[in-house]
Design a protein. Structure first.
Length: 247
């Protein structure tokens, strides 16, 4: 339980000031933990959830389910993220969230969170800021998929995920566990599988990344960031992470 509280505190401190009494309030929150299988939904479009989820381990993906059964992935969420915090402020979910690979998720009752916000407004501001950063990530994804070419599009996504993981201390040197399938990459970036494979081959040929077996290896961060036109300002982190040495 202490570990899960610490994950949430550390995440909110990436972008907000959390004082001692705020931390005590967060540590008083109760939760239930659920282990998810690969591709298992834990939030569905149309749900009216009474709890908010905190990613404890693994990777989850937010997506729209289209009438023909296809998915449009909107964003990916790492340990420490609250992928459905909007449900605190909206009646029903307009998207779904599923595990990408296996994942561990903690559910915190809305009633406890809102009571904490009343008693410790700074905690409420921090969670609200988390939702605003989510919105900034959505806006960047729209720009990425509509205004950048295929190579820049994929490079930008890899930059964002690696940068966010570095900030949360989830990378191992140059490597990030990233169990996203090629079909899911295509559904995220608006690419056919053949285009996904061709674009990956271009990034490998440029010796910027390696992506195999559910792992992303960063070979040349400056070059990848240049290709992807990546500017991390939209992530609004208080302290920029030290990207793993490359070259």
């Amino acid at each position: 339980m202490e570990r899960i509280h610490r994950i949430l505190i550390d995440k909110l401190k990436e972008h907000s000031r959390i004082g001692h009494d705020d931390m005590l309030a967060i540590q008083s929150l109760s939760f239930t933990v659920r282990e998810l299988r690969r591709n298992e939904d834990f939030i569905r479009q149309g749900d009216a959830p009474k709890v908010s989820a905190l990613v404890v381990e693994g990777l989850v993906g937010r997506y729209h389910l289209l009438p023909n059964g296809r998915r449009q992935y909107l964003s990916f969420h790492l340990a420490g993220d609250m992928p459905d915090s909007q449900a605190l402020f909206l009646d029903r979910m307009d998207h779904a969230v599923c595990a990408i690979g296996t994942a561990l998720v903690a559910s915190i009752p809305h009633k406890q969170l809102t009571r904490t916000f009343e008693e410790r407004p700074q905690v409420g501001f921090a969670v609200w800021r988390e939702t605003l950063i989510d919105a900034a990530i959505f806006r960047e994804a729209i720009t990425n998929n509509s205004a950048r070419d295929m190579t820049a599009r994929m490079a930008h996504l890899f930059c964002e995920l690696f940068y966010r993981a570095e900030a949360s201390r989830l990378t191992q040197g140059r490597t990030l566990a990233l169990p996203i399938g090629l079909a899911q990459l295509g559904e995220t970036l608006g690419m056919a599988i053949a285009t996904v494979n061709r674009t990956l081959a271009e990034l490998r040929a440029a010796r910027t990344i390696e992506f195999r077996g559910g792992e992303l290896e960063m070979l040349d961060w400056p070059r990848l960031a240049e290709i992807g036109q990546f500017d991390p300002g939209y992530l609004h982190l208080r302290k920029a992470p030290a990207v793993a040495p490359c070259g």
